[in-house]
Design a protein around this ligand. Structure first.
Ligand SMILES: *Cc1c(COP(=O)(O)O)cnc(C)c1O
Length: 395
């Protein structure tokens, strides 16, 4: 018997045959430097948990306390009956942390980009986006009413091309929006935010910067705006609590009128339940820990510098990364897969990133460094890279 969904079986099998399907490992406990991955303790090199906040005692306790005081769920969407005192307190904390007038918390970073971007530009406007922006930004742009010909991309971090696009767009549009990731998640490089904000000001365009991989990482954890000293120049700074903050959720920070508008217009805010108390309290605690315990960000960076330097001295190419995202370039896909398999044999968990996520000859192992890793863990991992790198002839 066939069912109307039979086509999905065919498409899925097609993915499997091409090796493009996901087979996620099972994490049997907290996400820590050494985590139980598929039933065995292994060194975790691919979580976004840069500061190991997901398992910090104060962050966990805040979640437990909030369940006791406020329950398991919020009861509604934010605008109707799901706006608890703790949601407001979290947003005040975010705004203070970001050094901005106001901030808004969403359920995820994806919900910020897909819910807010469509409200920032319409049929008489233009959007200009970096070629390597995150998929949630691409979806946000697709959901906007901006005409196809007025949605343009510029070559990655190419400021000459951005200026060219700005010149053309601002001539024919009422409003122009420039969007860029702050830290790019595949290569770990940084957008030249000072130049982006300068160009946007010159042409009277709005700026939207997605700092998901910059928060908790750059400028002592304050993110890319602080890194370049241009916090006040970014009109919409979006971010996530699922990376360095170790919980889940999204944020946008900026002027108060922008936040008021975002709250009242984003469909992901208006039509989707607000985050539960445990999540909200954990996010707030995570910011507070980041502020009161600078050692986590410091350890993240000393781990990053050590690991990168050691890899390079073995002869690995670590690409253009300037952050704790360390791509270990392998060349063709099969080499990256072989190296990852070799590492796994030694209980080091680092996933290959291969075509179609990156160009066919730019396959890599993407190491995500973490403050949750000890020097001993790093040395075990490095030993694995050295052995695996030699057998695969990458080094
Ligand atoms: C992870 C990520 C997102 C999505 O954030 P979530 O909070 O996990 O939904 C959006 N943009 C960028 C650049 C990201 O890296």
């Amino acid at each position: 018997m066939t069912t109307p969904t039979e086509w999905m079986k065919d498409e899925y099998n097609d993915l499997v045959s091409k090796g493009f399907d996901w087979k996620p490992p099972v994490i049997g406990g907290p996400s820590t430097g050494r985590a139980i991955i598929d039933g065995k303790k292994r060194i975790m090199l691919c979580a976004n948990n840069y500061l190991s906040m997901s398992n910090h005692p104060k962050v966990k306790q805040a979640a437990i306390d909030a369940v006791k005081s406020h329950g398991a769920g919020s009861g509604s969407v934010r605008p109707i009956a799901g706006n608890m005192d703790i949601h407001n307190e979290l947003e005040e904390t975010i705004a203070r942390f970001k050094n901005r007038e106001a901030a808004l918390y969403y359920q995820t970073g994806f919900a910020v980009n897909s819910g807010l971007i469509p409200q920032l530009a319409g049929k008489n406007d233009s959007i200009i986006s970096d070629q390597l922006n995150h998929g949630s930004i691409i979806d946000g742009v697709r959901l906007s009413g901006v005409k196809k010909e007025n949605r343009t991309i510029y070559a990655h971090n190419d400021m000459g091309e951005l200026e060219d696009r700005l010149k053309k767009a601002t001539k024919k549009s009422e409003k122009t929006l420039v969007i860029s990731d702050g830290v790019f998640s595949m290569d770990g490089d940084i957008a030249p935010l000072d130049q982006i904000t300068n160009l946007a000001r010159k042409y009277g365009a709005m700026t939207y910067i997605d700092d998901c991989h910059g928060e908790g990482v750059l400028a002592g954890g304050r993110g890319i705006g602080a890194h370049f000293g241009v916090e006040d120049e970014v009109d919409m700074e979006s971010g996530s609590f699922s990376k360095a903050f170790g919980v889940v959720g999204g944020l946008v920070a900026g002027e108060k009128h922008m936040v008021d508008y975002a709250f009242n217009k984003s469909r992901t805010m208006l039509l989707s339940g607000s985050a539960p108390p445990a999540t909200i309290a954990a996010c707030k605690a995570s910011i507070e820990v980041l502020e009161s315990e600078p050692e986590h960000v410091e350890k993240l960076w000393s781990n990053t510098e050590y690991f990168r330097k050691e890899l390079q001295s073995m002869g690995f190419d670590t690409g253009v990364s300037e952050t704790p995202i360390i791509p270990v370039m392998c060349g063709e896909s099969h080499k990256a897969k072989e190296l990852s398999a070799k590492l796994l044999e030694l209980d080091v968990f680092a996933l290959p990133i291969v075509f179609p996520m990156v160009a066919p000859d730019k396959a890599r192992i993407r190491v995500m460094m973490s403050a949750g890793l000890e020097r001993e863990d790093l040395d075990i991992a490095l030993n694995g890279f050295e052995k695996g790198g030699k057998t695969t002839r990458i080094i």
